[in-house]
Design a protein around this ligand. Structure first.
Ligand SMILES: Nc1ncnc2c1ncn2[C@@H]1O[C@H](COP(=O)(O)OP(=O)(O)O)[C@@H](O)[C@H]1O
Ligand SMILES: [Mg+2]
Length: 225
């Protein structure tokens, strides 16, 4: 599903974010991406979203080389990718259901279809009873789950998360990772950038370790010390 071949990324001004990175991620797997602050985690995710272009090498997603794909491909790539950030940026003046349905509204789906899909997505994250609530009345963990429902509502084959547990306590973080695990078990490829090492170890999934923009380690699933 995702393949990096000798990928390097330099930002204008000379900052080297990634150097000669190689890996393959199979469809339906769940993989963690870790490394110190500035190691290149967000850059790697941004390349997969086509928010940045590689300076060298190939970024392959579903056999399309994003390094050379035309700019208009970006819309297509993002439509097939759910993205979750630390700060989920929910709209305060819209209900939970309207926040989750927004990507479908933009995509032009019919209202009745949107409602059905929104309820399915909220059910997946255990928030069906909050569909008419306002985001600010929810706890931090619940707000984060609304963000995940919004990322899943378009049924994307790929889910990317950049430090999704940044604001959450350990118990909620664990819950969130378990939710990602369930999503991957339904066939969605899940890639999560996180520096929560304890938690990552406990999940016993494959871990890609970045250090100074290089892939320093690739720990297979189940193989944690
Ligand atoms: N837009 C940018 N312009 C210039 N340098 C950047 C930009 N974004 C990230 N960098 C640099 O690239 C390196 C990797 O950053 P990043 O991918 O954000 O790492 P991480 O997510 O692991 O903290 C850092 O040295 C950072 O300063
Ligand atoms: Mg980052």
């Amino acid at each position: 599903m995702i393949r990096f071949e000798r990928v390097s990324k330099h930002y204008p001004g000379g900052s080297r974010a990634l150097t000669d990175v190689n890996f393959t991620i199979e469809r339906g797997s769940m993989v963690f991406l870790t490394g110190h602050s500035g190691a290149g985690k967000s850059t790697l995710l941004r390349l997969i979203m086509m928010l940045e272009r590689a300076s060298r090498g190939k970024v392959m997603v579903n056999d399309v080389n994003l390094s050379t794909a035309p700019d208009r491909m970006a819309t297509l790539v993002r439509r097939g990718t759910g993205m979750i950030f630390q700060d989920h940026k929910l709209l305060k003046d819209k209900t939970v259901a309207d926040n989750v349905g927004l990507p479908l509204l933009i995509a032009g789906l019919r209202y009745s279809d949107i409602r059905k899909r929104v309820r399915a997505a909220l059910d997946k994250v255990g928030l069906l009873d909050k569909e008419n609530s306002w985001p600010l009345t929810l706890s931090g963990g619940e707000q984060q789950r609304v963000g995940i429902a919004r990322a899943l509502v378009g049924m994307p084959p790929l889910l990317l998360a950049d430090e999704p547990t940044g604001n959450l306590d350990p118990a909620l973080s664990r819950e969130l990772f378990t939710l990602f695990e369930q999503v991957s078990e339904q066939g969605v490829t899940v890639l999560i950038a996180s520096h929560d090492l304890d938690l990552i170890r406990r999940m016993r999934k494959r871990v890609l370790v970045l250090s100074g923009g290089r892939l320093a380690d690739d720990i297979p699933a189940g193989d944690h010390p």
